[in-house]
Design a protein around this ligand. Structure first.
Ligand SMILES: *Cc1c(COP(=O)(O)O)cnc(C)c1O
Length: 422
């Protein structure tokens, strides 16, 4: 059982780190990975990230660099850009942001001044830190106004979005978030943004793979600017992109470099190009639709067992569960599930009476298990393991968790992960 390809030089030079990488590969293999923001990249993407491209400095953009020797890096970055434009159908793509948070910061830099008002979804309702939450630089340096979801439906309150936009006239409106189980209504957001002359930013970090595969409506034509990570449902390396229409292209590029960053991470750019190449294939569309089918099947199986899903279900890869009726808070539930071989995160639920570090809910996603080959028919079993674990956690029966973990290891054996051979 070892990491693939084998880490022979690393094991010789630094056995401590090599050992930890080996153990992490095994840990990733042995667990049902339901962390909604995680996935397993392909062997091809893994290989691209581990290349000599990491040795090169390339400040600037193709044809306009500040260092010599860019003959091949320019081609790599241009391929990534062209593929991003083709996959998402946009005029412009910047593939240099180091990750999703810096990509969003670059958008503020491009289209707002410090102190300007920005409208984003509140963190406890499913928004991201970088949409103006108070502890984030975006909440400290700008003036955030926040919308949420309706209590009755658990869905974004678009009337509230419009009221707040008309009252506060934000420069930027963010649509999207980290814990939204339902389809985002980009045309409705676009109408509101037009009314107040704001730039609409669609942050599709979570759903980019679903958009690429046609399993979630695209924001293209509605949002002038689109930010995304590349490592969630899109199944690429850790990184990010900013996509835009032609009018906003120059400002985006200037904000990323020289506004916010120095040299791009070329090995990551290559891996993004590889992942986008995978996303152009018909199999990827089937993958995206299977993610959603798996999430729906898991949601149904959990509802049948009395679980309280925010909004009652899901349209995408993500489920948010309020555990209040199960008499166990999110954190101990997540810890028990981890011990039982099911990896996910505790999460606030809308209108959560508990604190963010000890909230009422858990968040689940199906992109990683779909990559491994799990199908909708397996979700009844997954739901059963979740339920047995939560019941054991409520009754404090720790030994039951180890039994479940062993069952899960056996179940997962026929579903390999790239980068590890059992
Ligand atoms: C994950 C995420 C980000 C941030 O990505 P990092 O790569 O973790 O910085 C930004 N926005 C949304 C909506 C996200 O889900």
């Amino acid at each position: 059982m070892t990491h693939q390809p084998e880490l022979s030089a690393l094991a010789a030079a630094d056995p401590q780190i090599a050992g930890l990488v080996e153990d992490e590969a095994k840990r990733q293999h042995d667990k049902i990975r339901l962390i909604a923001s995680e996935n397993y990249v392909s062997q091809a993407v893994l290989e691209a990230t581990g290349t000599v491209l990491t040795n090169k400095y390339s400040e600037g953009y193709a044809g306009k660099r500040y260092y010599e020797g860019q003959q091949l890096i320019d081609q790599v970055e241009t391929l990534a850009i062209e593929r991003a434009k083709a996959v998402f159908g946009v005029d412009h793509a910047n593939v240099q942001p180091y990750s999703g948070s810096p990509a969003n910061l670059a958008v503020y830099l491009a289209f707002a001044q410090p102190g300007d008002t920005v409208l984003g979804m509140a963190l406890p309702d499913g928004g991201h830190l970088t949409h103006g939450w108070s502890v984030s630089a975006t909440g400290k340096w700008f003036t955030p106004v926040r919308y949420g979801v309706r209590k009755e439906t658990g869905r974004v309150d678009l009337d509230q979005v419009r009221e707040l936009a008309l009252k506060h006239r934000p420069k930027l409106i963010f649509a999207g978030g980290t814990a939204i189980p339902r389809t985002i209504d980009f045309p409705a957001f676009a109408e509101i943004a037009r009314e107040v002359d704001a730039v609409l930013v669609a942050d599709i970090a979570h759903i980019a793979g679903l958009v690429a595969g046609g399993a979630h409506p695209s924001p293209v034509g509605h949002a002038q600017v689109i930010t995304t990570t590349t490592h969630k449902t899109l199944r690429g390396p850790r990184g990010a992109m900013i996509l835009s229409d032609a009018d906003h292209a120059k400002a985006v590029d200037k904000a990323v470099f020289p506004g916010l960053q120095g040299g791009p991470h070329n090995h990551t750019t290559a891996a993004i190009a590889v992942a986008l190449g995978e996303a152009q294939k018909p199999e990827f569309s089937a993958y995206a639709h299977r993610i959603v089918a798996n999430a729906r099947a898991l949601a149904e199986a959990l509802v049948e067992r009395g679980y309280d899903l925010v909004s009652g279900g899901t349209d995408n890869h993500l489920l948010l569960i309020d555990l209040t009726n199960k008499n166990v808070p999110g954190k101990p539930a997540a810890q028990a599930l981890d011990r039982a071989g099911i990896e996910l995160n505790y999460n606030t639920v809308p209108f959560d009476p508990r604190k963010p570090f000890d909230p009422s809910g858990i968040r689940l996603g199906t992109s990683a298990i779909t990559t491994r080959g799990l199908e909708p028919e397996h979700q009844v079993k997954v739901a059963e393991w979740i339920d047995r674990t939560i019941t054991a956690a409520a009754g404090e029966e720790q030994s039951a968790l180890d039994t479940i973990a062993a069952e899960i290891r056996e179940f997962l054996a026929p579903f390999p992960i790239p980068g590890y051979s059992a």
